[in-house]
Design a protein around this ligand. Structure first.
Ligand code: PMP
Length: 447
């Protein structure tokens, strides 16, 4: 026994493993098993090469198996494989926090480490509520999310998230006092937009309505993905985020950007905040910081929020913030983070992401006009296509597309009948055009 990545589907006992976010029974009848990965490719157990059109799960911009990350991990393992972050710490954790803070917008200078995006989101919500509480504004506890938002699977994240399937089974566990802004997607106004749609900034004024409904004195924070990734690359309308920022500032509401997907170059700038020219009060990150090799996430926090919590409104506290994880600041993850930032610098990867945006944009929009395509949209190195659902079987065309693209040698992301791609930053122009050709021919064959 033990692990053997060459085990074929027929020889593999699949009964014990419960796959996340996957139709388990269907998967076990039609298994898709990957044996290895290198650069921009997976290799399945039958030996087929598959282009990783979704950078792991938005998390591997450097592609797979970069030896520089492996070497850093080996070195760290020999030096120190684990060190708790409770009461003691490794120096490298401080230096990574500083590096990340230096990359963040001005004023966001403190970093709290978590292990995942979900934990980063719940941590950010706790910081927001805790900040108001120690400032004598204990009534400010409401958190505002957005329809169609994905903020992970913690209780905070599903509460402020806006995906009904993630919420309905756990309705009894939801956080108190959460409300949602409308999403900004409107097919009739923005179909086939390239980059930011020009329609929709006015939807930010819905926040004023929530303030009028609840009173600003009860609202702690608004959390938004600057670009909604998991629900199909929904790009913020021009001016929308600026307006949200103005309203938050006016009412003393903290603005959290969930940059788990957009952080570290996906939109051609280090953070989406840079691209859109809007500075939030906190940024959550995960995924690309370690290239997906080891779990690591975190929250970048405005300096004065940290200082306020440290001072506890003048009331002396021994421990300032009762929150943290066994694996917060895990030395192996921190080593991966340093190695990844080194590679981003030496290989100029944020600029590489930026330079590939027009290639992806041009390629994907060239599919416009094909039957069954309702919309195509893109920003940065991310794009999505909405397909017409098969009548009475929503999601079926999406699953057929996943399988057809795999057959043709490319992995795409499906959510319902939406197909998303976010290729690695190391992709060549030819790999991106081939990816889109595979998607185009798959749509045609399935139509
Ligand atoms: N926030 C956003 C914006 C995400 O896209 C994701 C994951 N795709 C998460 C949070 C959750 O991250 P994780 O899966 O690492 O918990």
């Amino acid at each position: 026994m033990g692990s053997d990545s060459q085990l074929s589907a027929s020889a593999l006992d699949m009964s014990a493993y419960w796959l996340p976010y996957t139709p388990n029974r269907y998967f076990k009848k039609t298994p898709k098993l990957m044996a290895s990965a290198k650069g921009a490719y997976y290799f399945d157990t039958a030996g087929h090469q598959i282009f990783d059109g979704i950078s792991g799960l938005w998390c591997s911009p450097i592609g797979h198996g970069d030896p520089r990350i492996g070497q850093a991990l080996q070195k760290q393992f020999e030096k120190m494989d684990y060190c708790t972050a409770f009461q003691i710490a490794s120096p490298d954790t401080f230096t990574l926090a500083k590096r990340i803070a230096n990359m963040a917008p001005n004023g966001l200078g403190k970093v709290f480490f978590t292990n995942s995006g979900s934990e980063a989101v719940d941590t950010a919500l706790k910081i927001a509520i805790g900040f108001h509480k120690v400032s004598g504004r204990g009534d400010k506890f409401r958190c505002i999310g957005r329809e169609r938002a994905y903020h992970g699977v913690g209780i905070g994240g599903i509460s402020v998230g806006g995906i009904v399937a993630n919420r309905k089974m756990f309705a009894s566990m939801m956080m108190n006092g959460v409300d949602h802004l409308p999403h900004t997607y409107n097919l009739s106004q923005m179909a086939f937009s390239k980059g930011q749609p020009t329609w929709g900034a006015h939807l930010a004024d819905e926040l004023e309505k929530l303030v009028a409904l609840h009173d600003a004195g009860t609202i702690a924070a608004v959390i938004l993905e600057p670009m909604q990734g998991s629900t199909g690359v929904l790009v913020p309308p021009e001016g929308y985020l600026q307006r949200i920022r103005e309203i938050c500032t006016k009412y003393g509401i903290l603005l959290i950007f969930d940059e788990v997907i957009t952080g570290f170059g996906r939109l051609g700038t280090t953070f989406a905040a840079d691209r859109f020219g809007v500075v939030p009060d906190m940024i959550t990150f995960a995924k690309a910081i370690t290239n997906g090799v080891i779990p690591l996430g975190g929250v970048i926090v405005r300096d004065d929020i940290y200082e306020t919590i440290m001072n506890h409104g003048g009331q002396e506290q021994w421990i300032e913030f009762f929150h943290g994880y066994t694996y917060s600041g895990h030395p192996m993850a921190i080593a991966a983070g340093h190695a990844v930032l080194d590679i981003f610098e030496s290989d100029d990867l944020v600029n590489r992401s930026k330079s590939l945006e027009p290639i992806l944009e041009q390629a994907i929009h060239s599919l416009k006009g094909q039957s069954k395509i309702l919309d195509i949209r893109n920003i940065g190195l991310a794009a999505a296509i909405d397909l017409e659902p098969i009548a009475s079987e929503p999601g079926k065309r999406g699953m057929q597309m996943l399988e057809k693209c795999l057959e043709k040698g490319a992995l795409v992301r499906i959510s319902g009948d939406t197909i998303a791609v976010c290729p690695p930053f190391i992709s060549t122009e030819a790999q991106i055009t081939t990816l889109i050709e595979i998607i185009g021919s798959s749509i045609q064959e399935l139509a």
